[in-house]
Design a protein around this ligand. Structure first.
Ligand SMILES: [Zn+2]
Length: 466
């Protein structure tokens, strides 16, 4: 099945391929680094990670840009409250964000770009919009005049032709001619950080940063633009208005949006006491790979109910997968190949890929894996499963893990890392070779004390964590 996505712009499921050569030009909206990111944010970033991996599994190369919003009202407010310089403040939370992404095993985009590194380009873009009569100035701030962009609303499918006077569609506190108009450039306020530019002093609005950095790194028309569903309007609508007014070309061919995350069936909010950063959940003792599994397990266009029971089920599911892998690696199966089971593996492998290609249906993909596990375990119990069936089964598991990435356990605080375990095992092998059995036994015990079990097999030593 060819890769296909639901495109918010066309409201249709469409076959996907990049417009030029084999490279997908993709932009996804990144974090505003004013605090630790919460698990709702990470639902979207995990979806983007799955998206990247599925694009690559289809043979495409990636050129992916993600912004870091390192100037905005909340950042300025928090930095001021903590008597920190803007850069000093945002560096802390940018670093925290990157650490959290690593915890969840999210791949780095090819370009991770802070907004404040692109102020000159943003000022230039605003000057160009002004030259095209798309802006007006009020009290030193520059606004985009929506009335100059007749197709405004085409992404969110909102009809703006009626009377919308009084509707607030953008949150800023400046004077504008039409409720829809939004700030491209904000005049300096007393005591706030500002930049001196060709269009005067001030700082950029949020929307312009995405348009400018997307076009700079990816060209005038992107293959994919993605983000959370809450960004469709007004943020993405505004990105389209600015970008298409600048270039006269379609801004993005395909728009993908991830649905909301709920916690225990409720909207996450600080006042309900169900607001969690990734760090909060990890601190409760849940393995990062279980959190990742839960975040990936629901297709991105469905809202995800994050529950602690769900996290426990995710851990159980991962254990089943790891045990199955260990069984494949360590059990002795009868020689030969069981042809019907070989066909069963091929069918599961195909169903897995087809499900993901069907607009990233991760739930269906996981179902194909677990149905296969059940069949394989019973084929092993009945003796049908043969040694010749092992390589294809392992390669199917590897394909699964190249997307879901949950089989490798995360080292806990004070625990040996995978690399350290491997190094000790190597040392133990060398000790055995040198007939230093005392040292070899000592290492086995040291690993056992750390909860690591060694299995000597024909093809070498395998290990797992208890
Ligand atoms: Zn954006």
């Amino acid at each position: 099945m060819p890769l296909r996505f639901y495109n918010t712009l066309s409201q249709q499921v469409e076959d996907f391929s990049p417009a030029q050569d084999n490279t997908v030009r993709m932009y996804t909206c990144g974090p505003t680094v004013y605090d630790f990111a919460h698990i709702g944010n990470f639902r979207t970033f995990t979806f983007v990670d799955i998206l990247r991996k599925c694009l690559r599994a289809n043979g495409f190369k990636l050129n992916h840009v993600m912004n870091i919003t390192d100037v905005d009202d909340k950042i300025i407010r928090n930095a001021t409250a903590q008597h920190k310089d803007l850069k000093e403040y945002t560096t802390i939370y940018t670093q925290a964000f990157l650490e959290d992404c690593a915890t969840l095993r999210l791949e780095r985009p090819e370009h991770l770009v802070p907004a404040t590194d692109h102020i000159t380009e943003m000022a230039d873009a605003i000057a160009k919009l002004t030259a095209g009569n798309h802006t007006y100035t009020s009290d030193g701030s520059v606004y985009f005049r929506i009335a100059t962009f007749p197709t405004y609303g085409k992404l969110s499918h909102n009809d703006f032709s009626g009377n919308i006077a009084g509707a607030r569609v953008d949150v800023d506190e400046y004077e504008k001619a039409d409720a829809r108009d939004f700030a491209l450039w904000k005049a300096p306020k007393e005591g706030e950080k500002y930049w001196d530019t060709s269009i005067g002093p001030g700082r950029p609005g949020w929307h312009i940063e995405c348009s400018v950095m997307a076009i700079k790194y990816l060209g005038e028309t992107l293959d994919i633009h993605a983000g959370g569903i809450d960004l469709v309007f007004p943020h993405h609508e505004n990105e389209i208005a600015q970008s298409e007014s600048l270039t006269g070309k379609p801004f993005a061919r395909v728009w993908l949006h991830a649905e909301f995350l709920m916690v225990e069936g409720q909207k996450m909010s600080k006042s309900l006491g169900n607001y969690f950063t990734l760090r909060d959940v990890v601190a409760r003792g849940y393995a990062p790979e279980a959190i990742r599994y839960l975040l990936c397990s629901v297709p991105y266009r469905k809202s995800l109910n994050f529950t602690f029971d769900g996290l426990k089920s995710a851990s159980t599911a991962i254990d089943r997968l790891r045990n199955f892998k260990l069984r494949l690696e360590t059990d002795k199966f009868p020689e030969g190949m069981h042809e019907p089971f070989s066909a069963r593996t091929a069918a599961a492998d195909q169903a897995f890929s087809d499900s993901l290609n069907d607009d990233l249906n991760t739930a269906q993909a996981l179902a194909s894996v677990f149905e296969y596990l059940r069949d394989a375990n019973s084929a092993m119990d009945s003796g049908e499963f043969r040694a010749g069936n092992v390589p294809a089964a392992l390669s199917f598991l590897a394909k699964f893990d190249s997307i879901f990435d949950v089989l490798r356990p995360t080292a806990q605080d004070g625990q040996l890392s995978d690399t350290e375990v491997d190094a000790l095992i190597e040392e133990r092998n060398a000790a055995k070779k040198a007939k230093n059995f005392a040292r070899a036994d000592q290492i086995r015990q040291q690993l056992l004390d750390q909860g690591i079990i060694l299995e000597d097999t024909k093809s070498g030593v395998r290990w797992k964590r208890k």
